[in-house]
Write a protein that binds this ligand. Structure first.
Ligand SMILES: *[C@@H]1O[C@H](CO)[C@@H](O)[C@H](O)[C@H]1NC(C)=O
Ligand SMILES: *[C@@H]1O[C@H](CO)[C@@H](O)[C@H](O)[C@H]1NC(C)=O
Ligand SMILES: *[C@@H]1O[C@H](CO)[C@@H](O)[C@H](O)[C@H]1NC(C)=O
Ligand SMILES: *[C@@H]1O[C@H](CO)[C@@H](O)[C@H](O)[C@H]1NC(C)=O
Ligand SMILES: *[C@@H]1O[C@H](CO)[C@@H](O)[C@H](O)[C@H]1NC(C)=O
Ligand SMILES: *[C@@H]1O[C@H](CO)[C@@H](O)[C@H](O)[C@H]1NC(C)=O
Ligand SMILES: *[C@@H]1O[C@H](CO)[C@@H](O)[C@H](O)[C@H]1NC(C)=O
Ligand SMILES: *[C@@H]1O[C@H](CO)[C@@H](O)[C@H](O)[C@H]1NC(C)=O
Ligand SMILES: *[C@@H]1O[C@H](CO)[C@@H](O)[C@H](O)[C@H]1NC(C)=O
Ligand SMILES: *[C@@H]1O[C@H](CO)[C@@H](O)[C@H](O)[C@H]1NC(C)=O
Ligand SMILES: *[C@@H]1O[C@H](CO)[C@@H](O)[C@H](O)[C@H]1NC(C)=O
Ligand SMILES: [Cu+2]
Length: 613
């Protein structure tokens, strides 16, 4: 929802208000272009200011030095025998100041970004998640297939109940066919739905064991985790977002971040003084380095570039792509790219830029700084040397007019021929006001709300029988009894772009276009890009194709925290008979009992729509 300078923004909501009695029917019939009037961009001091403590916390964020983001690397790990890599993740509520301004955070092991998991494809990973935080949690291992272990997908309300405060859960999985760059984050539901926004994120790197492609050679590798940053605790922002007047007086306007970070560091101006820090990367001259870039933010795209250094894109969401030389790349929330950078310039210091894109913002956040910087230095350059601002402004390879990666040019390095589809589902997404003055996201006429104590996977497997039937109106579940090749057609009727992610699979992007899908042929596309997170633009259609042969319950959702929290999620329930062969760990069903008990005798739904049911 909501895009700055869009003549459609906000329009459909007002139409709905006038026609509440038939709101779903009317809204769904609205289609494109029925907007009313221009949204004025206003300046508001939304919600609590920087550093407001909304909850008491224990401890403060530990500093990480630059070396924390250097990877061991594929070459160094190539001879490691297959092994189980074990981690303890302790979740706590703390205070921290990643961009120089103190705020409430929820983090793993007292650091942010959280611990990096770096493994080889043939390894097993065992993560013991110890929840010492205030609310329930669940950790999602983004992009992994979890074939045979769908209950470790970490999606609260779908593949597990929350890990209650004071309890722990062991995730234990292998990578199967997955290799490449990804990340983990908490995917919670209930009162604390936007928890990852407050800091439960980290990188997950899987080096291929049996590489089918030879990535161009590189000498070393490291991480670049970028994203937007809010100085207010996300739960407070969510409550303001959900209120009848919205965060800025207009319902549906998403909270605008204060700034962004690069490897957990950023800069912010407080009373004329710049606070925060810079991530520093030091590289030898005449070498090629692989940067694994993740947008672990919650809302905005981030545009990444390095002054005077072009980037060669070689990987997209774990898929090796034909090398593609660009000056900058734009990364939507939850997407990943690997780029190669060659230190062939005159030795010096250069800005790395992670520019938070503002086109989705609907109001001005005072003090906003979207120009997040880090420093690339060549070995031998004094570590206190900062890039020369004069040089930067005059450098033709930098500044504001960089050639941006065109995602339609990206092609898998190994040519693939997607199989013919055997099943088609079509949905439309929209944002609508409800009868009780709520404002929610809809997929067709369903707005997802988690069923407390009763995750889809467990319910479907008979491990739990409460709830799903009673509240089926909040669950759009697309069941396929057998292996299918699914064409999933999405009509985005909204004025915002949405980075959609499918759990447990990758999808081919078969086709897209303006307006609604009207039967366009998508079967002739050659070697289409395949990935797990794709930005579906405003007022457009997209056809995604994937092979549904992974037994389990899999979320397909917008990765913008605010949108998932208001229901922009649909589930694929695949091959129930095969799923029924899987044994859900006892510890997990026990946590559902805890969750149910904590809900008391009231309704088991943690949040549900009142209108339209
Ligand atoms: C801080 O930690 C102590 C000991 O673990 C605990 O008793 C206390 O409740 C915590 N305080 C907060 C505000 O979480
Ligand atoms: C995890 O914590 C347990 C208990 O404190 C400890 O025995 C174990 O060695 C830890 N494992 C790792 C990988 O740190
Ligand atoms: C790698 O290839 C070997 C030999 O073909 C096979 O046994 C192994 O399962 C493969 N490993 C992965 C992770 O694909
Ligand atoms: C992880 O799963 C493997 C395979 O089922 C099992 O052998 C191993 O004991 C498990 N590890 C833990 C810590 O549960
Ligand atoms: C925990 O959940 C409650 C709602 O039960 C919410 O008000 C609170 O902000 C959350 N606290 C934290 C620290 O996540
Ligand atoms: C910034 O200035 C305002 C107004 O003078 C003051 O209230 C505030 O404490 C200052 N903040 C910091 C971090 O110095
Ligand atoms: C430096 O390397 C890039 C590839 O990363 C290449 O495009 C560029 O031409 C090289 N510049 C020089 C001066 O060799
Ligand atoms: C810069 O280098 C000096 C000398 O090697 C070292 O003592 C110092 O810690 C370094 N500073 C930073 C910010 O890395
Ligand atoms: C990066 O380098 C600058 C300049 O030396 C220094 O002020 C800053 O502390 C460094 N950042 C980190 C995280 O070490
Ligand atoms: C950058 O692009 C803008 C708008 O397209 C144009 O007005 C401006 O002249 C360009 N600047 C440079 C340095 O090319
Ligand atoms: C969504 O609604 C459209 C009608 O507007 C219908 O054609 C389509 O089948 C529905 N999708 C699902 C999955 O029910
Ligand atoms: Cu969205």
């Amino acid at each position: 929802m909501a895009k700055k300078q869009s003549s459609y923004a906000g329009g459909s909501r007002r139409v709905i208000t006038m026609a509440v009695a038939v709101f779903v029917v009317v809204a769904l019939a609205l289609g494109l272009g029925l907007g009313l009037g221009l949204r004025k961009k206003k300046t508001v001091s939304a919600s609590a200011g920087p550093g407001t403590a909304s909850s008491s916390s224990n401890g403060t964020l530990a500093a990480q030095d630059n070396a924390a983001f250097t990877l061991k690397g594929a070459v160094a790990m190539a001879n490691d025998p297959p092994q189980t890599r074990e981690y303890n993740f302790t979740i706590t509520n703390i205070r921290g100041a990643p961009a120089g301004v103190e705020k409430d955070m929820v983090v793993v092991n007292n650091i942010w970004p959280g611990p990096t998991i770096e493994a080889n494809q043939h390894d097993r990973v065992v993560v013991r998640v110890i929840n010492q935080g205030k609310n329930a949690t669940a950790i999602h291992w983004h992009g992994l297939y979890q074939r045979g272990t769908p209950f470790y997908d970490g999606t609260h309300g779908i593949t597990q109940c929350g890990i209650p405060p004071g309890q722990e859960l062991v995730y234990n999985f292998t990578f199967g066919d997955f290799s490449g760059t990804t990340w983990w984050q908490s995917l919670t539901s209930g009162p604390d739905m936007t928890q990852y926004t407050d800091g439960v994120t980290g990188a997950l790197i899987v080096h291929p064991t049996n590489a089918t492609v030879s990535t161009p050679k590189y000498d070393s590798e490291s991480l670049i985790q970028v994203g937007d940053m809010y100085h207010t605790f996300s739960n407070d922002l969510l409550n303001a977002f959900l209120s009848p007047f919205g965060i800025d007086g207009t319902q549906g306007d998403e909270p605008v971040p204060d700034t962004g970070t690069l490897n957990g560091m950023g800069q912010y101006e407080v009373n004329g003084t710049t606070v925060g820090s810079y991530y520093n990367l030091t590289l030898p001259a005449d070498a090629t380095h692989r940067l694994r870039i993740v947008n672990s933010g919650s809302f905005a795209d981030v545009r990444f570039s390095i002054d005077s250094h072009p980037l060669t894109v070689v990987e997209v969401d774990g898929v090796e792509v034909t090398p593609y030389l660009v000056e900058s790349i734009q990364v939507s929330v939850a997407q990943r790219y690997s780029v190669l950078v060659t230190t062939n310039n005159t030795a010096g210091a250069f800005w790395m830029r992670a520019v938070v894109q503002e086109d989705m913002f609907t109001y001005d956040r005072p003090g906003f700084n979207g120009n997040v910087l880090g420093v690339l230095r060549y070995v031998g350059v004094d570590n206190s040397t900062m890039p020369d601002p004069q040089l930067v402004d005059n450098d033709p390879g930098t500044g504001k007019n960089l050639t941006l990666m065109d995602t339609s040019m990206l092609r898998p390095a190994v040519t693939q021929h997607p199989p013919a589809s055997t099943l088609t589902y079509k949905v439309k997404i929209s944002f609508q006001e409800t009868l009780d003055n709520g404002f929610f996201a809809f997929i067709n006429s369903t707005s997802w709300a988690p069923l407390g104590g009763s995750p889809t996977l467990f319910t479907k497997l008979g491990a739990d029988t409460v709830g799903a039937q009673t509240y089926a109106d909040s669950q759009l579940i697309l069941t396929s009894p057998n292996r299918e090749v699914i064409d999933f057609i999405v009509d985005n009727l909204d004025d915002g772009d949405h980075p959609f992610h499918l759990h447990g699979h990758k999808f081919w992007i078969m086709g897209s276009g303006d307006g609604r899908y009207q039967g366009q042929n998508v079967n002739d596309v050659q070697n289409p890009l395949i990935r797990d997170t794709h930005l579906i633009p405003s007022f457009s259609w997209t056809v995604l194709r994937f092979v549904a042969d992974n037994p389990g319950a899999w979320a397909f959702h917008c990765h913008i925290s605010w949108h998932m929290a208001i229901g922009l999620l649909v589930q694929f329930y695949t091959m129930p008979d095969a799923a029924a062969q899987l044994a859900i760990p006892q510890a997990m069903t026990d946590q559902c009992i805890t969750e149910k008990n904590s809900l008391g005798s009231g309704p088991i739904l943690m949040r549900r729509l009142v209108a339209g049911e």
